[in-house]
Structures are given as C-alpha cells and as structure tokens.
Design a protein around this ligand. Structure first.
Ligand code: PLP
Length: 392
C-alpha cells in the first residue's frame, strides 16, 4: 500500500471491499505451498485442492442457509446473475414450457437488467417493474405482472446505490403462487444482513466474493435442490460444477471467498452495528453544517453501511467529489464526458436530473473507524461549502 492509499479515506465498500487480512493469509498459504488442480484428483496435490474447494463451498452455503450441494462457483455475481436468468429461462423453454415472461425491477444492477433484456432476442418477454419513491417494489405491482404466465422473477435483496432492502419474504409467496422461479441478486446483501435462502423463498441466488472482504474474481450461484431447479449452462466444457459451469476452479480464490464467508457469518451482527454507528456519526457531523442534506430513500429499510446522500441545492456531486481527493466515494450518477446523466436507479425512484446530480454514494466498511467517519464528514462539508453552480 503506498502513502496515497494509506492516507485516503475509503468510503466505497459497495464498489469493492479490501481483502480481510485473514482471507489474504489463507490465499497466500495456498499460493505459496499448493499447486494442484482441484479436478485432477488422481494424486494428493489435486485432492488437496479439491478439499479446499469443498471447504469453501460449505462456508459459502452456511452464510446463506443453503446446502453445499446447492452452491455453484462462478467468477462473480455478474456471471452468477447471467447463469441464473438465462440458464433458467432457456432450460424451461427447452423443456417446452409456454412461459415466456421474465420479470425484474428497474433498480437492479445492469447485469440483471441486461440479462433479462437479452432474452427478448430468444422470444422471451422482458418486463421491468417500477419502484416507488423509496425504491421499493409494491407487491400489488408484482402481482399484476404475474397475471401473465411467468418463467422467472429476479428481485435484488439490497440495492447497490441506495442500500434499499426489498421485502423478499413478502414478495416470494406471490412468485411461488404464480408458479414462477424467484432469483435474487444477493451481491450487496450477503454478509451485510441476515440472508437465508429458504426464508426468502429463493430458487436461485447470486453472491460476489469481493463485496464481502474476499478476493475479486470469485462468486457463487445458489441453485435450489428441492424442488429441483434446472439450468442450461452458459459455457461448454469439461462439465465441472455439476455440469453447470465448466472451467478449472481457482482454489486459492475460492478458499479466500470461503474464509470471507466464514468471517461474515460470525461477524455480521457486529459489523452491522459498527456500520450503523459510523453512518450515524458521519450524518450527525455533516448535518451540523449542512442541515438540508437528505438520505435518498431514508424511510425504506436499508443496509447500515451504504447510503445515498443528496446534497443541498446549488451543489453538484461531481464538483464536490473533485474537491475532496482524499475521500473515496461514488457518484450517485453515471458520468459521461463532462455531463452527468442521472443514475437510472435514482431516476427510477422519481428523482430528477438535478437531485440525482447532487447525490453521492457513501459506504464505510469493517475496518473504518469512527474518527475516520468524522474526518470524512469534515472533508465533505468543506468540499460542499465551495459553492458550485448547477449545470443546466
Ligand atoms: C448488486 C450487484 N450485483 C452484481 C454486481 C456484480 O458483481 P461482480 O463484480 O462480482 O460481477 C455488483 C457489483 O458491482 C452489485 O453491486
């Protein structure tokens, strides 16, 4: 880590988390001392690698209340989401199912939205449902969409821009009654809030390692066994992962992912309390100087460690970020050249161009201290006090 990185206040854990030192230690041991292919089990080196993979599978399963046989390793949540949505829809079509509707929500991650939209080319009917001002999906809206025979519904557990937590326990029975499969993108939720695939009524669920202090490049898809959910694989190959995901598994990454899940399960409540405290410290301090600051979707149930802050009128998030180089946060908007396009997530919640352009995403983490939250608040206030004219 160089000095710039060490001095920076990192408030962008929703984008990615640093590897937990305990995760790093596990991965380094494997990199330095083990070299087997987990699929070459005719010798001890391969068998050891396979054991590492199975240990990791058990840890990932435990974090979300699944059976280890229900975990398919992938390269991350993007791949898991693609496999779940395209794989399930294609399998049903191949079995002769007349169900063509695939439903998702306007605030989903791009990899879900694009996977659903891509299916239109294969004769499916993508339906993108709206959310209310707090980013929540109204069960009545889902119920109405399910009047047409539906293959699959994909609803994320927690949103990556606002932290809004959907009420899956209330929505799942509607999907089940309609005879459709329910998939959830759990990338932001796993390790950050209690996740139980049975209680949530999921047929499929996607996780990402690098969102929970594990390495980048690893993820998993939960595929329910009873009643059994079948998928068409995305890749042709050696038939690893029960034929659903061919390719040699990266044992050291998966061991790190497993260790990250083990830690997350043990420390999730402690982490959540810590993150809620950091958020409260940060917001109280910011509001002393900027009382008009708003948390987008504040009334909705939200993750404790991820919030979208709307600055008072007259400030532009892009300018504020530029004025605080030592504080790493995300824009609540997608940026193209010098223009700010409102984030589609905030736009779906009814925010206008100006409101979205004043929004920042902040996400402290497990290793952030209260003193750092105070320093971050001071830097933000200082930067926001450099009054900037709104473009347009
Ligand atoms: C909600 C959500 N889904 C999916 C992804 C993609 O995850 P990955 O980087 O593991 O492909 C992310 C991360 O950007 C995310 O926040």
């Amino acid at each position: 880590m160089n000095n710039v990185e060490r001095d920076a206040l990192y408030f962008d854990h929703a984008a990615t988390t640093p590897c937990d030192p305990r995760v790093r230690a596990v991965m380094l041991t494997i990199l330095e001392t083990e070299h087997g292919n987990p699929h070459s089990t005719t010798h001890a080196a391969g068998r050891r690698a396979a054991e590492r993979v199975e240990e990791a599978r058990a840890e990932v399963a435990a974090l979300i209340g699944a059976d280890p046989r229900e975990i398919i390793f992938t390269s991350g949540a993007t791949e898991a989401n693609n496999l779940a949505i395209k794989g399930a829809a294609r399998h049903l079509a191949a079995m002769g199912s007349p169900r063509r509707r695939v439903i998702t929500v306007a605030t989903e991650h791009k990899c879900v939205l694009e996977s659903v939209r891509d299916l239109a080319q294969e004769g499916f009917e993508p339906v993108i449902l709206p959310v209310d001002f707090n980013g929540l999906l109204d069960p009545a809206v889902l119920q109405k969409a399910l009047e047409v025979p539906t293959a699959l519904v994909s609803i994320m557990a927690a949103n990556n821009e606002t932290g809004v937590v959907q009420d899956l326990a209330a929505l799942a029975p509607l999907v089940e009654q309609a005879g459709a499969l329910l998939h959830s993108d759990l990338a932001q939720a796993a390790g950050k809030m209690p996740v139980d695939v049975r209680r949530m009524g999921l047929a499929l669920g996607s996780i990402s390692s690098h969102k929970l202090y594990g390495p980048k490049g690893a993820g998993a898809l939960f595929v329910r066994r009873r009643p059994r959910v079948r998928l068409q694989p995305l890749f042709s190959g050696g038939g690893q992962e029960r034929g659903l995901r061919s390719g040699t598994l990266p044992d050291f990454l998966l061991a790190g992912f497993g260790e990250a899940c083990r830690i997350a399960l043990v420390e999730q409540e402690k982490d959540a309390a810590h993150l809620a405290h950091l958020r409260d410290v940060f917001l109280a301090r910011v509001r002393q100087s900027l009382p008009d600051v708003v948390v987008n979707a504040e009334p909705a149930p939200r993750l404790p460690g991820l919030f979208s802050l709307r600055l008072p009128e007259g400030r532009r998030a892009l300018d504020v970020i530029a004025a605080m180089p030592g504080l790493a946060v995300s824009l609540g908007s997608a940026c193209s050249s010098a223009e700010i396009a409102p984030s589609y997530v905030l736009e779906a919640m009814g925010l206008g161009r100006d409101e979205a352009g004043r929004s920042l995403r902040l996400s402290p983490g497990r290793f952030t201290s209260a003193a750092e939250a105070e320093r971050a608040a001071d830097r933000l206030v200082q930067a926001a006090q450099i009054k900037t004219a709104l473009a347009g």
